[in-house]
Design a binder for this molecule. Structure first.
Ligand SMILES: *Cc1c(COP(=O)(O)O)cnc(C)c1O
Length: 385
C-alpha cells in the first residue's frame, strides 16, 4: 500500500514555496546512535563532507554533536571551518589533505589534515618545523584503491625515517574500503589484511578503517574509530540490506493541469507523444533542484514516479530546469489539483529508489539536492532519540 498522508511538515512550509526539502535531524541522530551501537567499542566519527551529503552541514554537525559525536571528517578545509564554527571543541579531519602553504590555516583553525603520500607528509613536516611544533595529522594508507594513501614502499620509507615521524604528531592511521557495499566481495578481506600488515610497520596509533558499509562488515573492521556517512543519512549502504531511518523528503506542488488529446506531445523536444487523452500535471521542480534530467520519460522509456496523496503519477516528457510534467489521468480530480503536494522523495520513493531509476547511487541524489527548495529542519534537539 502506498503511503498516502501528506507529512505534517508541509503545513509549515511557506505559501510561496515551490518545493520543500525536509531534513529530519532526529532521524539523523537516531541513525548515528544505531551506527555507534553497531560499532560498539570504537568511536563513531561522522563524515559531513559535501554539505553533510546535501542535508546542511551546520545543522547536521549541531545535531550530531548533541547526539554525542566528537569527531568529524570533511573533504575540504572550507568545510572544516564550518564544522569548527559550529563545534568549537570537536576534532576535525580533512580527507583531501593539505597543500603546501596551507599549514598556517589548518593550525589556526585547529584542523587536522589526512596525509596520503610521503610528499604530503614532508610538506606537513616542513610546516611543523617552521612553527616549531609537532602538529597532529592522520596518515592514510593505500590498501588497494589506488586513490589516496601511502604505498607499501612509502610506508617502509616512513617507518625508516624517525626524524619524519617525530617532527609531526601522527594521531590516527586510516584507510578506505573500495567495496564495503558488497559484503561478500573478496576485496574487503584483502584490504583488511593489507591494512593490518601496513599498520604494523608503523608506530602503534589508533586506527580507523570502516565507512558505513564497513561498519556493517563486523567488528574485525571497526578498529578504534569508524567513519559513518551515507548510512547515517538514511541511505542503503549495503546492497540488499534495509537502510536506517530516512532523513530526507522532497515534495513539490502542482502549478497547473492540462487536458491534452491523444497524439499531442509534452515538453522539450516533443519527445513524449500521448497515447490517450491525458491530464498533465506540471510540477514546480526540475533538474536545477537535483532531479536529474535522466529521470524524464519519452516514448520508449519510463521516468520517475511522483505520488499525490499516495497515488502514483508517472513522468511525461523531459525534466526541465524548473518544471516536471506527470500523467495524472488516473487520479481523481479532487486529489490531483492545482496546489496539491507531490512526493518526489518520501515514504513511497527512497533516495535509493530514485537513484536506481536514474542509473546512479543515492549518494549522488543527496549531494545534488541543492539549495533552491525551501528547507525545513525537523527535530535534532539534545534530548531526542
Ligand atoms: C566519504 C567517505 C567516507 C564515508 O563513506 P560512506 O560510504 O558515506 O559511509 C568515509 N571515508 C572516506 C575516506 C570517505 O571519503
Amino acid at each position: 500500500m502506498p503511503s498516502s498522508k501528506n507529512p505534517d511538515h508541509l503545513n509549515d512550509a511557506s505559501e510561496t514555496a515551490n518545493a520543500v526539502l525536509a531534513i529530519d535531524l532526529g532521524a539523523l541522530q537516531a541513525n548515528y546512535r544505531s551506527l555507534s551501537a553497531l560499532a560498539e567499542g570504537a568511536e563513531c566519527a561522522a563524515v559531513v563532507k559535501a554539505n553533510a551529503y546535501g542535508t546542511g552541514e551546520s545543522e547536521a554537525v549541531r545535531a550530531l554533536e548533541r547526539a554525542g559525536c566528537r569527531t568529524f571528517f570533511v573533504a575540504t578545509f572550507k568545510e572544516a571551518e564550518t564544522v569548527r564554527s559550529v563545534a568549537p571543541d570537536a576534532t576535525v579531519y580533512v580527507l583531501n589533505g593539505v597543500y603546501r602553504g596551507a599549514g598556517p590555516a589548518f593550525a589556526a583553525a585547529s584542523v587536522r589534515p589526512v596525509l596520503s603520500s610521503l610528499r604530503e607528509i614532508e610538506d606537513w613536516v616542513e610546516f611543523c618545523t617552521q612553527v616549531g611544533e609537532a602538529c597532529p595529522a592522520a596518515i592514510q594508507l593505500d590498501t588497494g584503491m589506488h586513490r589516496l594513501g601511502l604505498t607499501r614502499e612509502e610506508v617502509d620509507m616512513l617507518a625508516g625515517s624517525p626524524d619524519l615521524l617525530d617532527a609531526f604528531s601522527p594521531v590516527l592511521v586510516m584507510s578506505h574500503l573500495a567495496c564495503a557495499d558488497e559484503p561478500d566481495h573478496p576485496m574487503n578481506a584483502d584490504q583488511l589484511k593489507t591494512f593490518e600488515d601496513l599498520r604494523a610497520l608503523l608506530p602503534a596509533k589508533p586506527a580507523c578503517f570502516a565507512n558505513s558499509g564497513g561498519i556493517h562488515l563486523g567488528p574485525d573492521y571497526h578498529f578504534d574509530m569508524v567513519r559513518a556517512g551515507f548510512s547515517m543519512y538514511g541511505g542503503r549502504a549495503v546492497a540488499g540490506r534495509q537502510p536506517l531511518a530516512p532523513v530526507v523528503q522532497l515534495h513539490t506542488r502542482i502549478a497547473q493541469i492540462h487536458e491534452a488529446p491523444a497524439g499531442r506531445t509534452v515538453g522539450y523536444g516533443a519527445a513524449h507523444t500521448l497515447g490517450r487523452p491525458t491530464r498533465v500535471a506540471t510540477l514546480t521542480l526540475g533538474y536545477a533542484d537535483g532531479v536529474f534530467r535522466y529521470l524524464g520519460a519519452h516514448d520508449t522509456k519510463a521516468g520517475l514516479t511522483g505520488y499525490i496523496d499516495g497515488h502514483p503519477a508517472p513522468a511525461l516528457g523531459r525534466v526541465s530546469m524548473d518544471l516536471i510534467t506527470l500523467d495524472v489521468t488516473n487520479i481523481p480530480e479532487a486529489i490531483a489539483r492545482r496546489g496539491a503536494w507531490v512526493e518526489i522523495i518520501g515514504p513511497n520513493v527512497s533516495i535509493d529508489d530514485l537513484a536506481d531509476q536514474a542509473g546512479t547511487i543515492g549518494y549522488e541524489i543527496l549531494t545534488s539536492l541543492g539549495n533552491r527548495a525551501e528547507r525545513v529542519y525537523l527535530g535534532g534537539e539534545a534530548d531526542t532519540g
